[in-house]
Design a protein around this ligand. Sequence first.
Ligand SMILES: NC(=O)c1ccc[n+]([C@@H]2O[C@H](COP(=O)([O-])OP(=O)(O)OC[C@H]3O[C@@H](n4cnc5c(N)ncnc54)[C@H](O)[C@@H]3O)[C@@H](O)[C@H]2O)c1
Length: 283
Amino acid sequence: MRNITVLGTGVLGSQIIYQTAYHGFKVTAYNVRATSLDKARERISALSTRYLNDLPDATPEKIQAGLDNIAYSSDLAQAVKDADMVIEALPEDMATKETAYTELAAIAPAKTIFATNSSSLLPSSLMPFTGRPDRFIALHYANEVWTHNTAEIMGTSETSPEVYQELVRFAKETGMVPIQIKKEKAGYLLNSLLIPLLNAGSKLFGGGYAEPADIDATWRIATGAPAGPFQILDIVGLKTAYNIMAMSSDPEIIAFSKIVKENYIDKGKLGVATGEGFYKYTK
Ligand SMILES: NC(=O)c1ccc[n+]([C@@H]2O[C@H](COP(=O)([O-])OP(=O)(O)OC[C@H]3O[C@@H](n4cnc5c(N)ncnc54)[C@H](O)[C@@H]3O)[C@@H](O)[C@H]2O)c1
């Protein structure tokens, strides 16, 4: 694989674009709106600075070579005409993805592999619209891909074993650690592990058993983990956490989501991004 097209240039799309380009692949960044491409260039340029600061082997030349490997397009047919793989990082919305895959299926070359970065929509729910079930797979990145470099690889029952192995190779060649999932699992491995921890912490606070700092300290000191659930929630962002937890029917989670709304979100304390959540952050 040499030519990769990424659909969507938002938070994750832009990271996948630069990570792939930084490792020497030719990448086409696609957004349906031409006006969004200028924003994508800015976002990717800012990301490249993060690479320079965070990666010990990054040099200004390597950073620039990565930027030079990226082309930008708002014409889907043109963006995918030479693609060995299309990585889809569109908004997590079934209707948007269904429309995009239906269009893509009709115009992408037969050889092109489609990979979805969807977090909660299962690949088997998108597969019927791809027109190539054997060449469709999930490739799930974690936010801040250059340092949190897991690539969860998860096929459907229809994905060909060769395509699966190609993805494992691609992940390694782009500086990712391939995480091989043997059958479809909602939440992949990462969220299957993380969400129960965050829920447990939320219930301990929501149920009035202990304060966030003590819950976090227990987890950190007794297990050696670098962060407890509330430190993680501050990174995820309290709005995202609230949106997920507000759907729960568990009384302790409901109590927790009320505290989060009234004491944090309504006061503009959204986590690391705003400088304060459960903890205060300085630049
Ligand atoms: N944000 C995360 O931490 C994270 C982590 C792992 C996976 N994901 C998954 O990655 C996907 C993208 O998430 P995100 O956080 O980057 O979302 P985002 O909203 O930041 O980005 C979506 C991008 O798609 C563009 N877009 C919208 N409709 C389009 C269309 N029809 N064609 C082309 N581009 C279109 C938007 O302009 C935007 O650039 C989702 O499936 C999400 O579940 C997100």
